[in-house]
Design a protein around this ligand. Sequence first.
Ligand code: SF4
Length: 133
Amino acid sequence: MTPDDYGHLYAEAHDEPAFSNSDEGYGWMDANCATCIHDKPARQGRDHEGCPLILITLMSKRPIQFLDGPRSPEGLYNIADQYRCIEYRHENDGPTDPQPIPDPPGQLTLLPREDYQGHRMLTQAPQETAVPR
Ligand code: SF4
């Protein structure tokens, strides 16, 4: 993900605000984006190279990369855990791009990898609901 991806990230984002107010937004960003490699350039003064997902939240949309964090049975959440950003990488974690294991030299490839590489989207298991009798 790079700042150049902003257009398609914006287009696929949910049409609803990610945060209900600025306290929630900046609280979550302090707990997550402040150590993320995708916003490191902005922290170094190069705002135009910052994380495009933050920009999308400032445009009142919710990136699809934000998955709900843990919720209490009443639906309450901690501001820092409101979302889990699937693009988060700690700035000390190494390269941001996936580093696939290379094909062994001299071996034939049965299937091309390209179609099977990408994001692994985790979703919550459906909640069991009581069936009325
Ligand atoms: S990728 Fe996610 S956690 Fe990282 S800076 Fe962007 S919005 Fe924040």
